[in-house]
Design a protein around this ligand. Sequence first.
Ligand SMILES: Nc1nc2c(ncn2[C@@H]2O[C@H](COP(=O)(O)OP(=O)(O)OP(=O)(O)O)[C@@H](O)[C@H]2O)c(=O)[nH]1
Ligand SMILES: [Mg+2]
Length: 469
Amino acid sequence: MAPEHKNSPNDTALEPASDNSSGSSGYIEDTIVALATPPGRGGVAIVRLSGNRALELAQKICAAKLAKQPRHSFLTRIISPEDKEAIDQALVTYFQQPASFTGEDMVEFSTHGGVITPSRVIRLLLKLGARQALPGEFTQRAFINGKLDLAEAEALNEIISSLSRRSQQVAFQNLEGHLSREIASIRTNLLSLLAILEHELDFNEAEIDYLTRNEISGQLKEILERLHRLQETAPYGRMIREGVRVVITGEPNAGKSSIFNALAGQERALVTQIPGTTRDSLEAWLDISGFPVCLVDTAGLRSSEDALEQLSIAKSRQQLESADLVLLLDPIDPVSKGSELEIDTKKTVIYVKSKVDQLATGDELNGQVTTSVMREDGLDGLTTALQAALQDLIPDQSSIVVTSARQAEGLRKAVAQLEGVRQLVKSGQGMDIISAEVRYAAEELAAIIGETSNEDVFEAIFRDFCVGK
Ligand SMILES: Nc1nc2c(ncn2[C@@H]2O[C@H](COP(=O)(O)OP(=O)(O)OP(=O)(O)O)[C@@H](O)[C@H]2O)c(=O)[nH]1
Ligand SMILES: [Mg+2]
Protein backbone atom coordinates (compact mmCIF):
# COMPACT_ATOMS: atom_id res chain seq x y z
CA MET A 1 0.00 0.00 0.00
CA ALA A 2 2.60 2.54 -1.04
CA PRO A 3 0.83 5.53 -2.58
CA GLU A 4 2.67 7.07 -5.45
CA HIS A 5 1.76 10.60 -4.69
CA LYS A 6 4.23 12.99 -3.20
CA ASN A 7 2.88 14.75 -0.19
CA SER A 8 3.63 18.39 0.15
CA PRO A 9 2.68 19.22 3.68
CA ASN A 10 3.20 22.61 5.09
CA ASP A 11 6.93 22.85 5.38
CA THR A 12 7.01 25.57 7.98
CA ALA A 13 4.91 23.51 10.37
CA LEU A 14 7.29 20.60 10.16
CA GLU A 15 10.59 22.40 9.83
CA PRO A 16 12.73 21.54 12.78
CA ALA A 17 13.30 24.46 15.09
CA SER A 18 16.93 25.41 15.57
CA ASP A 19 16.75 24.99 19.33
CA ASN A 20 14.80 21.85 19.80
CA SER A 21 14.50 22.05 23.55
CA SER A 22 13.06 18.84 24.91
CA GLY A 23 9.41 19.16 25.89
CA SER A 24 8.57 21.32 22.88
CA SER A 25 6.20 19.37 20.72
CA GLY A 26 5.34 18.90 17.08
CA TYR A 27 8.87 18.39 15.78
CA ILE A 28 9.41 15.64 13.35
CA GLU A 29 12.90 14.81 14.61
CA ASP A 30 11.64 14.08 18.12
CA THR A 31 11.38 10.43 18.97
CA ILE A 32 7.84 9.95 20.22
CA VAL A 33 6.35 7.35 22.52
CA ALA A 34 2.79 6.42 23.53
CA LEU A 35 0.59 3.60 24.68
CA ALA A 36 -1.17 2.22 21.59
CA THR A 37 -3.68 0.03 23.43
CA PRO A 38 -6.48 1.33 25.65
CA PRO A 39 -5.27 1.93 29.21
CA GLY A 40 -6.49 -0.41 31.92
CA ARG A 41 -6.50 -4.06 32.84
CA GLY A 42 -5.75 -6.38 29.93
CA GLY A 43 -3.45 -9.19 28.95
CA VAL A 44 -1.05 -7.19 26.82
CA ALA A 45 -0.29 -3.50 26.36
CA ILE A 46 1.54 -2.12 23.35
CA VAL A 47 3.93 0.79 23.69
CA ARG A 48 5.03 2.42 20.46
CA LEU A 49 8.23 4.34 19.94
CA SER A 50 8.98 6.13 16.67
CA GLY A 51 11.72 8.41 15.39
CA ASN A 52 15.43 8.66 14.65
CA ARG A 53 16.45 7.56 18.12
CA ALA A 54 13.90 4.76 18.51
CA LEU A 55 16.41 1.93 18.23
CA GLU A 56 19.01 3.65 20.37
CA LEU A 57 16.55 4.41 23.19
CA ALA A 58 14.91 1.00 23.05
CA GLN A 59 18.28 -0.72 23.15
CA LYS A 60 19.11 1.10 26.39
CA ILE A 61 16.27 -0.71 28.16
CA CYS A 62 16.25 -4.08 26.35
CA ALA A 63 18.58 -6.96 26.99
CA ALA A 64 18.21 -8.44 23.47
CA LYS A 65 20.13 -6.99 20.51
CA LEU A 66 17.18 -5.60 18.55
CA ALA A 67 19.11 -4.42 15.49
CA LYS A 68 20.33 -7.95 14.80
CA GLN A 69 17.03 -8.81 13.23
CA PRO A 70 14.53 -6.11 12.33
CA ARG A 71 10.87 -7.22 12.23
CA HIS A 72 11.70 -10.07 14.54
CA SER A 73 10.07 -10.25 17.96
CA PHE A 74 12.50 -10.70 20.84
CA LEU A 75 11.29 -11.93 24.18
CA THR A 76 13.46 -9.79 26.39
CA ARG A 77 13.67 -8.17 29.78
CA ILE A 78 13.05 -4.47 30.13
CA ILE A 79 15.67 -3.08 32.45
CA SER A 80 15.91 0.35 34.00
CA PRO A 81 19.29 1.76 32.90
CA GLU A 82 19.68 3.71 36.14
CA ASP A 83 19.37 1.03 38.79
CA LYS A 84 19.34 -2.06 36.59
CA GLU A 85 15.96 -3.08 37.98
CA ALA A 86 14.11 -5.53 35.74
CA ILE A 87 10.71 -4.02 35.08
CA ASP A 88 9.02 -6.53 32.82
CA GLN A 89 9.51 -9.25 30.29
CA ALA A 90 8.19 -8.07 26.93
CA LEU A 91 8.01 -9.02 23.28
CA VAL A 92 9.93 -6.30 21.49
CA THR A 93 10.08 -5.70 17.74
CA TYR A 94 12.27 -3.26 15.86
CA PHE A 95 11.01 -1.97 12.52
CA GLN A 96 13.76 -0.42 10.47
CA GLN A 97 12.74 2.63 8.49
CA PRO A 98 11.15 2.92 5.98
CA ALA A 99 9.45 -0.44 6.58
CA SER A 100 7.33 0.65 9.50
CA PHE A 101 3.90 2.15 10.10
CA THR A 102 5.27 5.69 10.36
CA GLY A 103 8.05 5.17 7.82
CA GLU A 104 10.53 5.99 10.60
CA ASP A 105 12.55 3.69 12.83
CA MET A 106 10.04 2.19 15.23
CA VAL A 107 10.09 -0.14 18.19
CA GLU A 108 6.99 -1.82 19.55
CA PHE A 109 6.91 -3.22 23.07
CA SER A 110 4.24 -5.74 23.92
CA THR A 111 4.41 -5.56 27.68
CA HIS A 112 2.20 -7.11 30.29
CA GLY A 113 -1.07 -5.21 30.43
CA GLY A 114 -2.55 -3.16 33.22
CA VAL A 115 -1.94 0.39 34.24
CA ILE A 116 1.51 0.24 35.81
CA THR A 117 3.78 -1.88 33.60
CA PRO A 118 3.35 -0.01 30.30
CA SER A 119 3.52 3.36 32.02
CA ARG A 120 6.80 2.39 33.69
CA VAL A 121 8.23 1.44 30.29
CA ILE A 122 7.02 4.73 28.83
CA ARG A 123 8.55 6.64 31.73
CA LEU A 124 11.94 5.02 31.11
CA LEU A 125 11.81 6.04 27.45
CA LEU A 126 10.72 9.59 28.32
CA LYS A 127 13.65 9.85 30.74
CA LEU A 128 16.01 8.77 27.99
CA GLY A 129 14.78 11.61 25.76
CA ALA A 130 11.64 10.44 23.98
CA ARG A 131 8.62 12.74 23.93
CA GLN A 132 5.01 11.79 24.67
CA ALA A 133 3.23 11.56 21.28
CA LEU A 134 0.37 13.89 20.50
CA PRO A 135 -2.98 12.45 19.39
CA GLY A 136 -2.65 11.11 15.85
CA GLU A 137 1.05 11.90 15.67
CA PHE A 138 2.10 8.41 14.54
CA THR A 139 -0.41 8.57 11.68
CA GLN A 140 0.64 12.12 10.87
CA ARG A 141 4.21 10.91 10.48
CA ALA A 142 3.01 8.03 8.30
CA PHE A 143 1.27 10.62 6.13
CA ILE A 144 4.34 12.86 5.97
CA ASN A 145 6.44 9.86 4.92
CA GLY A 146 3.99 8.93 2.14
CA LYS A 147 2.77 5.76 3.88
CA LEU A 148 -0.84 6.83 3.52
CA ASP A 149 -2.68 9.80 2.09
CA LEU A 150 -5.16 12.06 3.88
CA ALA A 151 -8.27 10.13 2.86
CA GLU A 152 -6.58 6.93 4.05
CA ALA A 153 -5.59 8.59 7.33
CA GLU A 154 -9.22 9.58 7.85
CA ALA A 155 -10.25 6.02 7.05
CA LEU A 156 -7.87 4.73 9.71
CA ASN A 157 -9.53 6.92 12.32
CA GLU A 158 -12.94 5.78 11.12
CA ILE A 159 -11.93 2.14 11.54
CA ILE A 160 -10.89 2.77 15.12
CA SER A 161 -14.09 4.63 15.96
CA SER A 162 -16.51 2.55 13.91
CA LEU A 163 -19.41 1.04 15.81
CA SER A 164 -20.90 -1.20 13.14
CA ARG A 165 -19.79 -3.75 10.60
CA ARG A 166 -20.83 -1.51 7.72
CA SER A 167 -18.85 1.52 8.85
CA GLN A 168 -15.81 -0.62 9.58
CA GLN A 169 -16.10 -2.22 6.14
CA VAL A 170 -16.29 1.07 4.25
CA ALA A 171 -13.49 2.55 6.35
CA PHE A 172 -11.26 -0.44 5.65
CA GLN A 173 -11.95 -0.22 1.91
CA ASN A 174 -10.97 3.43 2.02
CA LEU A 175 -7.86 2.59 4.01
CA GLU A 176 -6.99 0.21 1.18
CA GLY A 177 -7.25 3.18 -1.14
CA HIS A 178 -10.62 2.72 -2.89
CA LEU A 179 -11.63 6.36 -2.56
CA SER A 180 -8.10 7.69 -3.01
CA ARG A 181 -7.61 5.73 -6.24
CA GLU A 182 -10.89 6.95 -7.68
CA ILE A 183 -10.05 10.55 -6.89
CA ALA A 184 -6.52 10.16 -8.21
CA SER A 185 -7.89 8.62 -11.40
CA ILE A 186 -10.37 11.46 -11.94
CA ARG A 187 -7.57 13.89 -11.31
CA THR A 188 -5.40 12.13 -13.91
CA ASN A 189 -8.19 12.58 -16.46
CA LEU A 190 -8.38 16.22 -15.57
CA LEU A 191 -4.63 16.58 -16.00
CA SER A 192 -4.76 14.91 -19.45
CA LEU A 193 -7.42 17.43 -20.39
CA LEU A 194 -5.15 20.16 -19.11
CA ALA A 195 -2.37 18.81 -21.33
CA ILE A 196 -4.65 19.11 -24.39
CA LEU A 197 -5.56 22.64 -23.39
CA GLU A 198 -1.97 23.67 -22.93
CA HIS A 199 -1.01 22.03 -26.20
CA GLU A 200 -3.69 24.13 -27.87
CA LEU A 201 -2.31 27.14 -26.13
CA ASP A 202 1.19 26.46 -27.46
CA PHE A 203 0.30 25.71 -31.04
CA ASN A 204 -2.84 27.58 -31.70
CA GLU A 205 -2.72 30.98 -30.19
CA ALA A 206 -5.70 32.13 -32.20
CA GLU A 207 -9.15 30.69 -31.70
CA ILE A 208 -9.64 27.04 -30.85
CA ASP A 209 -11.69 25.26 -33.41
CA TYR A 210 -15.23 24.11 -32.82
CA LEU A 211 -14.30 20.44 -32.61
CA THR A 212 -11.73 20.97 -29.92
CA ARG A 213 -14.21 22.92 -27.83
CA ASN A 214 -16.73 20.12 -28.16
CA GLU A 215 -14.14 17.57 -27.20
CA ILE A 216 -13.15 19.56 -24.14
CA SER A 217 -16.76 19.96 -23.14
CA GLY A 218 -17.38 16.23 -23.57
CA GLN A 219 -14.39 15.32 -21.41
CA LEU A 220 -15.49 17.77 -18.75
CA LYS A 221 -18.92 16.20 -18.77
CA GLU A 222 -17.46 12.74 -18.21
CA ILE A 223 -15.29 13.94 -15.37
CA LEU A 224 -18.23 15.74 -13.78
CA GLU A 225 -20.33 12.59 -14.00
CA ARG A 226 -17.71 10.61 -12.12
CA LEU A 227 -17.50 13.33 -9.48
CA HIS A 228 -21.27 13.42 -9.13
CA ARG A 229 -21.33 9.67 -8.60
CA LEU A 230 -18.85 10.09 -5.78
CA GLN A 231 -20.79 13.01 -4.35
CA GLU A 232 -23.94 10.93 -4.26
CA THR A 233 -22.26 8.59 -1.79
CA ALA A 234 -21.67 11.38 0.75
CA PRO A 235 -25.06 10.89 2.47
CA TYR A 236 -24.26 7.16 2.91
CA GLY A 237 -20.90 8.18 4.27
CA ARG A 238 -22.58 10.49 6.75
CA MET A 239 -25.05 7.81 7.81
CA ILE A 240 -22.33 5.22 8.16
CA ARG A 241 -20.23 7.61 10.24
CA GLU A 242 -22.89 9.21 12.40
CA GLY A 243 -25.44 6.41 12.33
CA VAL A 244 -28.73 6.33 10.46
CA ARG A 245 -31.05 8.56 12.48
CA VAL A 246 -34.16 6.52 13.15
CA VAL A 247 -36.69 8.78 14.89
CA ILE A 248 -39.67 7.28 16.72
CA THR A 249 -42.76 9.43 16.55
CA GLY A 250 -46.50 9.22 17.13
CA GLU A 251 -49.09 10.67 19.43
CA PRO A 252 -48.52 10.78 23.20
CA ASN A 253 -48.85 7.35 24.82
CA ALA A 254 -48.45 5.55 21.50
CA GLY A 255 -45.80 3.38 23.15
CA LYS A 256 -42.77 5.14 21.66
CA SER A 257 -40.56 4.95 24.72
CA SER A 258 -41.56 1.34 25.27
CA ILE A 259 -40.42 0.45 21.73
CA PHE A 260 -37.28 2.55 22.18
CA ASN A 261 -36.38 0.60 25.33
CA ALA A 262 -37.21 -2.73 23.71
CA LEU A 263 -35.02 -2.02 20.66
CA ALA A 264 -32.21 -0.58 22.78
CA GLY A 265 -32.41 -3.60 25.07
CA GLN A 266 -32.32 -1.32 28.12
CA GLU A 267 -34.84 0.56 30.22
CA ARG A 268 -33.45 3.92 29.14
CA ALA A 269 -36.60 5.99 28.71
CA LEU A 270 -39.32 6.63 31.29
CA VAL A 271 -42.56 4.84 30.51
CA THR A 272 -45.79 5.86 32.24
CA GLN A 273 -49.47 5.86 31.41
CA ILE A 274 -49.43 9.69 31.55
CA PRO A 275 -49.54 11.10 27.99
CA GLY A 276 -46.64 13.49 27.49
CA THR A 277 -44.10 11.60 29.60
CA THR A 278 -41.15 12.05 27.27
CA ARG A 279 -39.87 15.62 27.10
CA ASP A 280 -36.25 15.65 25.95
CA SER A 281 -35.29 13.40 23.06
CA LEU A 282 -33.19 10.37 23.96
CA GLU A 283 -30.64 8.67 21.71
CA ALA A 284 -29.36 5.10 21.70
CA TRP A 285 -26.76 3.47 19.46
CA LEU A 286 -27.70 0.17 17.88
CA ASP A 287 -26.15 -2.15 15.37
CA ILE A 288 -28.99 -3.53 13.27
CA SER A 289 -27.53 -6.30 11.11
CA GLY A 290 -24.35 -4.38 10.59
CA PHE A 291 -25.92 -0.97 10.08
CA PRO A 292 -25.12 1.74 12.58
CA VAL A 293 -28.31 3.23 13.91
CA CYS A 294 -28.90 6.18 16.17
CA LEU A 295 -32.36 5.51 17.55
CA VAL A 296 -34.17 8.59 18.84
CA ASP A 297 -37.13 8.65 21.22
CA THR A 298 -39.15 11.86 21.10
CA ALA A 299 -42.06 13.58 22.80
CA GLY A 300 -45.48 12.64 21.45
CA LEU A 301 -47.07 14.97 18.93
CA ARG A 302 -50.38 16.69 19.67
CA SER A 303 -51.64 20.23 20.01
CA SER A 304 -51.00 21.32 23.55
CA GLU A 305 -51.54 24.43 25.66
CA ASP A 306 -48.79 23.44 28.03
CA ALA A 307 -45.70 25.61 27.48
CA LEU A 308 -43.26 22.85 28.45
CA GLU A 309 -44.96 20.32 26.23
CA GLN A 310 -44.91 22.79 23.34
CA LEU A 311 -41.14 23.06 23.75
CA SER A 312 -40.76 19.28 23.72
CA ILE A 313 -42.94 18.99 20.63
CA ALA A 314 -40.83 21.62 18.87
CA LYS A 315 -37.80 19.44 19.67
CA SER A 316 -39.57 16.39 18.29
CA ARG A 317 -40.21 18.28 15.06
CA GLN A 318 -36.53 19.17 14.79
CA GLN A 319 -35.65 15.52 15.29
CA LEU A 320 -38.10 14.54 12.57
CA GLU A 321 -36.48 17.00 10.21
CA SER A 322 -33.05 15.45 10.71
CA ALA A 323 -34.40 11.89 10.53
CA ASP A 324 -33.18 9.48 7.86
CA LEU A 325 -35.92 7.06 8.77
CA VAL A 326 -39.15 7.60 10.73
CA LEU A 327 -40.92 4.98 12.84
CA LEU A 328 -44.49 6.23 13.06
CA LEU A 329 -46.39 4.51 15.83
CA ASP A 330 -50.13 4.23 15.55
CA PRO A 331 -51.59 2.58 18.65
CA ILE A 332 -54.72 0.46 18.75
CA ASP A 333 -56.19 2.88 21.28
CA PRO A 334 -55.42 6.32 19.81
CA VAL A 335 -56.43 9.31 21.90
CA SER A 336 -56.32 11.78 19.07
CA LYS A 337 -56.01 11.51 15.31
CA GLY A 338 -54.76 14.85 14.24
CA SER A 339 -52.87 16.62 11.51
CA GLU A 340 -49.97 16.86 14.00
CA LEU A 341 -48.83 13.49 12.74
CA GLU A 342 -48.22 14.48 9.14
CA ILE A 343 -44.67 13.63 8.14
CA ASP A 344 -42.55 15.15 5.40
CA THR A 345 -43.36 13.04 2.34
CA LYS A 346 -39.70 12.84 1.33
CA LYS A 347 -38.85 10.83 4.44
CA THR A 348 -38.87 7.07 4.55
CA VAL A 349 -41.57 6.13 7.04
CA ILE A 350 -42.21 2.75 8.61
CA TYR A 351 -45.78 2.58 9.92
CA VAL A 352 -46.13 0.50 13.03
CA LYS A 353 -49.39 -0.55 14.61
CA SER A 354 -48.52 -0.59 18.30
CA LYS A 355 -50.14 -2.12 21.39
CA VAL A 356 -51.77 -4.83 19.29
CA ASP A 357 -52.49 -6.82 22.44
CA GLN A 358 -55.41 -4.44 22.80
CA LEU A 359 -56.85 -5.49 19.50
CA ALA A 360 -60.45 -6.60 19.78
CA THR A 361 -60.85 -10.26 18.86
CA GLY A 362 -61.80 -10.69 15.25
CA ASP A 363 -60.01 -7.54 14.02
CA GLU A 364 -57.29 -8.31 11.52
CA LEU A 365 -54.18 -6.30 10.71
CA ASN A 366 -52.94 -7.79 7.51
CA GLY A 367 -49.56 -6.92 6.11
CA GLN A 368 -48.76 -4.28 8.70
CA VAL A 369 -45.84 -4.11 11.05
CA THR A 370 -47.43 -4.75 14.42
CA THR A 371 -45.97 -4.71 17.90
CA SER A 372 -46.96 -5.37 21.43
CA VAL A 373 -44.27 -4.49 23.89
CA MET A 374 -46.51 -5.79 26.64
CA ARG A 375 -46.62 -9.26 25.09
CA GLU A 376 -43.06 -8.89 23.73
CA ASP A 377 -44.50 -9.45 20.28
CA GLY A 378 -43.60 -8.15 16.86
CA LEU A 379 -40.10 -6.88 17.58
CA ASP A 380 -38.58 -9.32 15.10
CA GLY A 381 -40.97 -8.11 12.40
CA LEU A 382 -40.10 -4.52 13.22
CA THR A 383 -36.39 -5.29 13.05
CA THR A 384 -36.88 -6.97 9.66
CA ALA A 385 -38.73 -3.89 8.38
CA LEU A 386 -35.92 -1.71 9.72
CA GLN A 387 -33.28 -3.86 8.02
CA ALA A 388 -35.04 -3.58 4.67
CA ALA A 389 -35.33 0.19 4.98
CA LEU A 390 -31.68 0.48 6.03
CA GLN A 391 -30.62 -1.59 3.05
CA ASP A 392 -32.44 0.85 0.77
CA LEU A 393 -30.81 3.82 2.45
CA ILE A 394 -27.29 2.39 2.35
CA PRO A 395 -26.94 0.15 -0.68
CA ASP A 396 -24.24 -2.48 -0.40
CA GLN A 397 -22.71 -2.08 -3.84
CA SER A 398 -21.39 1.41 -3.15
CA SER A 399 -17.97 0.27 -2.08
CA ILE A 400 -16.40 3.62 -2.86
CA VAL A 401 -17.89 5.93 -0.30
CA VAL A 402 -17.04 9.50 0.58
CA THR A 403 -16.96 9.29 4.34
CA SER A 404 -15.82 12.58 5.80
CA ALA A 405 -17.42 16.01 5.65
CA ARG A 406 -14.03 17.32 4.53
CA GLN A 407 -13.97 14.99 1.52
CA ALA A 408 -17.54 15.94 0.60
CA GLU A 409 -16.67 19.62 0.81
CA GLY A 410 -13.58 19.11 -1.39
CA LEU A 411 -15.72 17.34 -3.99
CA ARG A 412 -18.32 20.07 -3.85
CA LYS A 413 -15.66 22.69 -4.58
CA ALA A 414 -14.15 20.68 -7.44
CA VAL A 415 -17.59 20.14 -8.99
CA ALA A 416 -18.53 23.83 -8.70
CA GLN A 417 -15.20 24.77 -10.23
CA LEU A 418 -15.60 22.40 -13.19
CA GLU A 419 -19.18 23.45 -13.82
CA GLY A 420 -17.82 26.99 -14.08
CA VAL A 421 -15.20 25.77 -16.56
CA ARG A 422 -17.89 24.19 -18.76
CA GLN A 423 -19.64 27.53 -18.95
CA LEU A 424 -16.38 29.22 -19.91
CA VAL A 425 -15.81 26.67 -22.68
CA LYS A 426 -19.34 27.16 -23.99
CA SER A 427 -19.08 30.93 -23.92
CA GLY A 428 -15.88 30.87 -26.01
CA GLN A 429 -13.53 32.00 -23.27
CA GLY A 430 -9.79 32.02 -24.04
CA MET A 431 -7.76 28.84 -23.48
CA ASP A 432 -5.38 30.47 -21.04
CA ILE A 433 -8.20 31.28 -18.66
CA ILE A 434 -9.80 27.87 -19.10
CA SER A 435 -6.54 26.03 -18.37
CA ALA A 436 -5.98 28.06 -15.23
CA GLU A 437 -9.44 27.18 -13.98
CA VAL A 438 -9.00 23.47 -14.79
CA ARG A 439 -5.71 23.49 -12.92
CA TYR A 440 -7.48 24.94 -9.91
CA ALA A 441 -10.09 22.16 -9.97
CA ALA A 442 -7.30 19.56 -10.13
CA GLU A 443 -5.81 21.15 -7.03
CA GLU A 444 -9.12 20.81 -5.19
CA LEU A 445 -9.10 17.09 -5.95
CA ALA A 446 -5.48 16.78 -4.88
CA ALA A 447 -6.33 18.39 -1.56
CA ILE A 448 -8.82 15.64 -0.78
CA ILE A 449 -6.08 13.03 -0.83
CA GLY A 450 -3.55 15.23 0.85
CA GLU A 451 -1.63 17.51 -1.41
CA THR A 452 -2.52 20.54 0.53
CA SER A 453 -0.48 23.07 2.39
CA ASN A 454 -3.27 24.01 4.72
CA GLU A 455 -2.00 23.46 8.24
CA ASP A 456 -5.48 23.75 9.77
CA VAL A 457 -6.59 20.74 7.75
CA PHE A 458 -3.81 18.61 9.22
CA GLU A 459 -4.56 19.86 12.70
CA ALA A 460 -8.23 19.02 12.36
CA ILE A 461 -7.64 15.55 10.97
CA PHE A 462 -4.85 14.27 13.18
CA ARG A 463 -5.91 15.86 16.46
CA ASP A 464 -9.16 13.93 16.17
CA PHE A 465 -7.22 10.67 16.64
CA CYS A 466 -6.49 9.05 19.94
CA VAL A 467 -3.00 9.09 21.40
CA GLY A 468 -0.93 6.15 20.24
CA LYS A 469 -2.34 6.07 16.72
N1 LIG B 1 -51.20 -2.79 26.41
C1 LIG B 1 -50.06 -2.23 26.04
N2 LIG B 1 -49.60 -1.13 26.65
C2 LIG B 1 -48.46 -0.57 26.25
C3 LIG B 1 -47.70 -1.10 25.20
N3 LIG B 1 -46.61 -0.33 25.00
C4 LIG B 1 -46.69 0.63 25.92
N4 LIG B 1 -47.79 0.51 26.67
C5 LIG B 1 -48.24 1.36 27.76
O1 LIG B 1 -48.65 2.60 27.23
C6 LIG B 1 -48.30 3.66 28.11
C7 LIG B 1 -47.44 4.70 27.34
O2 LIG B 1 -46.24 4.06 26.95
P1 LIG B 1 -44.95 4.91 26.55
O3 LIG B 1 -43.96 3.96 26.00
O4 LIG B 1 -44.51 5.77 27.68
O5 LIG B 1 -45.57 5.80 25.41
P2 LIG B 1 -44.94 7.06 24.69
O6 LIG B 1 -45.43 7.06 23.31
O7 LIG B 1 -43.49 7.13 24.92
O8 LIG B 1 -45.64 8.24 25.50
P3 LIG B 1 -45.19 9.79 25.62
O9 LIG B 1 -43.76 9.81 26.00
O10 LIG B 1 -46.06 10.27 26.71
O11 LIG B 1 -45.48 10.42 24.33
C8 LIG B 1 -47.58 3.03 29.28
O12 LIG B 1 -48.49 2.84 30.31
C9 LIG B 1 -47.14 1.69 28.72
O13 LIG B 1 -46.99 0.69 29.71
C10 LIG B 1 -48.18 -2.30 24.57
O14 LIG B 1 -47.61 -2.84 23.64
N5 LIG B 1 -49.39 -2.80 25.03
MG1 LIG C 1 -42.31 8.48 25.75
